[in-house]
Write a protein that binds this ligand. Structure first.
Ligand code: NAP
Ligand code: HSE
Length: 438
């Protein structure tokens, strides 16, 4: 008889509830689901009403006791936050228990420490739910795309902001008014600033880059701009110019000729970005995410689906649980780890200085509506080698002139120098907006 694997569930919120629902209803699913059972569940507040009924003896407010419980063989961390989540993950590993986690904040910051400890202990830490919600992207990067030389990873990797941006574009509403809805739908982080300030997307692009390029990423060096300062009029102007605004995480490998050197240079950033209507990412709406991987020899491949929410995220968590359950069933846990499932770093990577990143840009100036102002803006850009693709003045009735510039691909150092100089022009009242453009 196959022994049922005891799951210690740390958290019974949006994701934990979704996981429990699947595990409690194994009928019609992969038979491995029947090989696991919920042994213990940690919550913060035992008195909080729950969306799922579980025997009260399973619930505890002492998360450490779940990790330490001898009936728990696999720990599923879906509580969020850095601490105590990190300590509980490390404690589980030290106890020889594999871990499944949806916690990108912990993995982006402490992934190396956790992976090293897991390798030493001979256990797995699987993170499919940490990026892209229900989209399978972690296992494909580790396994299915393993033969490729990945050149670029870019995508919409935050469901909350994509939901907000879609409604801003389609209904013209301000972002603050939609954020509450995204929270109610269970998409947002406990502190939604992580979503709207781009920090969650930065955690995710950090994790994806580490897997795609094979080396640890210094999360703190990722230049990050969120959507909290985005104005509806920028979304509107973008639409008039043939673009949608999407919050993108982008990671590019640079200097192919240096690949044989010790450390691979990468440009990694998060920014609201204009995406042409005909680009595959432009049609990704609502809570959906999409990740575009470019590599050799595959070319381009896009992963698309629901990027947040209870059911989709639980789908990814349970996939990892089943991976571990399958290994248990084979009785393989005492042997060496499968290197593709465990995904070790195999080289050094470093992030280049943000001023050296080369990309296209959207900038909007507020200016006095005087003759020659567009020419003077163009001259300042040109003097610093910033090539302009288009410069447009939008309807300025009753107000200052609104001048929108889209640049060609330029080094950010030169862009910044130009903006500094343009802001000194007497007719310029300010730089009202700055975004990327692909
Ligand atoms: P959530 O709804 O806030 O749930 C968190 C759960 O953890 C709650 O049940 C809470 O207990 C429990 N908890 C928190 N701190 C605890 C502590 N110190 N001791 C014991 N229990 C504790 O969060 P969520 O949306 O499910 O997200 C969980 C994790 O999944 C986060 O890392 C998040 O980034 C990640 N994630 C979320 C989504 C999504 O769509 N929501 C998608 C992908 C990944 P109480 O219920 O008693 O407060
Ligand atoms: N808050 C996250 C998002 C949850 O909106 O994408 C999924 O990781």
């Amino acid at each position: 008889m196959v022994m049922k694997i005891g799951i210690g569930l740390l958290g019974l919120g949006t994701v934990g509830t979704g996981v429990a629902r699947i595990l409690l209803e194994p009928k019609g699913r992969n038979p491995l689901v029947s090989n696991v059972h919920i042994a213990k569940v940690a919550v913060r507040d035992l008195n909080r009403p729950r969306k799922i009924e579980l025997p009260s003896r399973l619930l505890t407010a002492d998360a450490q006791s779940v990790v330490d419980d001898p009936n728990v063989q696999l720990v599923v961390e879906v509580m969020g936050g850095i601490e105590p989540a990190r300590t509980l993950i490390m404690r589980s590993i030290a106890a020889g228990k594999s871990v499944v986690t949806a916690n990108k904040a912990v993995i982006a910051r402490h992934g190396q420490e956790i992976a090293a400890a897991a390798e030493a202990a001979g256990v797995y830490v699987l993170i499919e739910a940490a990026v892209g919600g229900g989209i399978p992207i972690i296992e494909p990067l580790k396994q299915s795309l393993g033969g490729n030389k990945i050149t670029k990873v870019s995508g919409i990797i935050n469901g909350t902001t994509n939901y907000i941006l879609t409604r801003m574009e389609q209904e013209g509403v301000a972002y603050e008014n939609v954020l509450k809805v995204a929270q109610d739908l269970g998409y947002a982080e406990a502190d939604p600033a992580a979503d709207v300030e781009g920090m969650d997307a930065a955690d995710k692009i950090s994790i994806l880059s580490g897997l795609a390029f094979g080396g640890a990423i210094n999360r703190e060096l990722i230049q990050t701009q969120g959507i909290s300062n985005l104005k509806s009029r920028d979304v509107d102007y973008a639409t008039q110019l043939g673009y949608r605004v999407k919050l993108l995480g982008i990671a590019e490998r640079l200097n192919d000729n240096l690949i044989e050197s010790n450390s691979l240079p990468l440009a990694v950033w998060v920014q609201p970005t204009l995406v042409p209507f005909n680009h595959p990412l432009a049609g990704v709406n609502g809570v959906n995410n999409a990740i575009l991987i470019e590599g050799e020899p595959i070319g381009e491949v896009m992963f698309y689906g629901p990027g947040a929410g209870s059911g989709p995220t639980a789908s990814a968590v349970v996939a990892d649980i089943l991976n571990i359950a399958g290994i248990y069933q084979l009785g393989n846990l005492e042997t060496k780890l499968d290197p593709l499932l465990a995904a070790h770093s195999w080289r050094e990577c470093h992030l280049v200085d943000p001023v050296d990143i080369r990309k296209r840009n959207y900038v909007r100036f507020k200016a006095e509506d005087t003759p020659g102002v567009i020419g003077r803006i163009g001259t300042h850009f040109g003097d610093r080698g910033v090539s302009i693709q288009s410069i447009v003045q939008f309807d300025s009735s009753n107000e200052d002139a609104e001048i929108v510039v889209i640049t060609h691909k330029v080094r950010q150092g030169e862009l910044e120098e130009s903006l500094k100089a343009i802001k000194q022009l007497p007719e310029i009242k300010g730089l009202a907006s700055y975004m990327g453009c692909i």
